[in-house]
Design a protein around this ligand. Structure first.
Ligand code: ADP
Ligand code: MG
Length: 397
């Protein structure tokens, strides 16, 4: 789960991280009211969407010439002007995809006197199975280019989760970021704070880009992007409360209500599979036969008929879906339960696209019987390869 920049900053601030003063607003009136209370003379108006690259992003409605999704302002009037310009419009950045994201809230922040822009993130480094700091002196809006062209400028420091973060670790980061004097002192305080927030709140990513050194030599968190491990959210009610459903895919929200592991993708073959591994294999083989999956969907081991029906409805509600592939290997999950779910769902919502079903394993004969006895128009498949070929052929034909 992701949260907005201003929420991430508040959270980090509650751990003691230095941030600028600021306020989230939803209207031009609110913006004016609050900006008047800010010290000035420099203000920053920042689009709050769950995607980075906002500074270099473009609003669909405003054209290529207009300024991006993060703007400086030098008066309250200018703040209000930017707010009117941006609010409700669609921001397209490198991370939003071409459809962009509608900007429904803005964050107005005190402007900072920036000396240097640094990059800092904490993530789980799976190659060593530990949280790791990834830092660079070349922070700011071009970090992707740095990673590609000059990867030697990026420094990675895994942290021993049993020992936790040590002063020696912080000093290494200070050196990598070339921090001295006040900034280095701030670093010794800030890095353990960020590490604590990362581990306590079960974050999967904490990215501060840029972390800045200000003209007065102090450090400040200027941008913050935080993602949380969805499997740990049940123990963080405070984080759950920050969820912004308007940022999430409707189909994914519906799927999460039914406890389905579902990810919307761009292709046109809807997949209903049990088991993450089989789901991945199914997506791979669809690609191998030249088409793209419309989703990842694992109905899980102990799915009920209701759950299967819900899954089927989510798939068919997606207008991109031109065909459906049901691929079930019955182990704990029984083929007859899946069959009943599919038949029930087709009764409820109808079937407008070709449906290929491959069933194998526990109660397979019962499952096939249920489908044969129904009047659902199914193309039966013998194995995974056969199923993939048949669905690809069906949507082309
Ligand atoms: P994004 O990463 O989505 O483009 P950022 O929050 O990193 O958004 O902002 C982009 C750039 O805008 C920063 O690299 C920085 O140069 C500038 N900026 C952002 N916030 C402030 C601020 N409070 N004061 C001064 N400059 C800022
Ligand atoms: Mg940034």
């Amino acid at each position: 789960m992701n949260i907005h920049e201003y929420q991430a900053k508040r959270l980090l601030h509650s751990y003691g991280a230095p941030i600028a003063g600021g306020v989230a607003i939803y209207s031009a009136e609110q913006a004016e009211e609050w900006a008047k209370k800010m010290p000035g003379p420099l203000y920053v108006v920042k689009s709050q969407i769950h995607a980075g690259g906002r500074g270099k992003g473009k609003f669909k409605e405003l054209g290529e010439e207009a300024a991006g999704g993060v703007r400086l302002a030098r008066s309250v009037e200018e703040v209000v002007q930017h707010v009117k310009d941006m609010l409700g419009n669609t921001l397209v950045t490198k991370q939003t995809g071409p459809e962009g994201k509608q900007v429904n809230r803005l964050y107005i922040e005190d402007g900072a006197d920036i000396e240097r822009e640094l990059y800092l993130s904490i993530l789980i480094d799976r190659t060593v199975g530990r949280p790791a700091f990834v830092v660079s002196t070349e922070g700011g809006m071009d970090i992707e280019a740095v990673a590609e062209e000059t990867p030697e400028k990026i420094f990675t420091l895994p942290i021993d989760p049993l020992k936790g973060m040590t002063d020696a670790d912080s000093r290494k980061i200070n050196r990598a970021l070339k921090l001295t004097k006040e900034a280095a002192k701030d670093g010794l305080e800030l890095f353990p704070i960020l590490y604590k927030a990362f581990t306590e709140k079960d974050m999967s990513l904490l990215e501060v880009n840029p972390l800045i050194v200000m003209k007065d030599g102090r450090l400040r968190v200027l941008d913050a992007k935080v993602s949380f491990d969805g499997n740990a959210l049940f123990r963080h009610e405070d984080i759950m409360a920050l969820r912004d459903l308007s940022e999430e895919d409707d189909k994914e929200i519906e799927a999460s209500k039914h406890d389905l592991a579902y990810v919307a993708l761009d292709g046109n073959i809807g997949c209903m599979v049990n088991g993450a591994g089989l789901a991945m294999a199914t997506m791979d083989i669809i690609k191998q036969y030249g088409e793209e999956p419309a989703n990842f969907l694992d109905v899980g081991g102990g799915a009920t008929t209701e759950k299967v029906t819900a899954a089927f409805k989510i798939i068919t509600a997606d207008p991109k879906v031109k065909g459906i592939l049901v691929n079930i290997f019955g182990g704990i999950m029984k083929c007859d339960v899946i069959a009943e779910g599919v038949v029930q769902a087709v009764k409820d919502v109808g079937l407008k696209v070709p449906l290929v079903v491959r069933l194998e394993g526990t109660n397979v004969e019962k499952g096939k019987q249920i489908i044969n006895d129904s009047d659902v128009d199914v193309i039966a498949a013998d194995d995974l390869d056969d199923a993939a070929q048949k669905i690809v052929k069906a949507i082309k034909g």
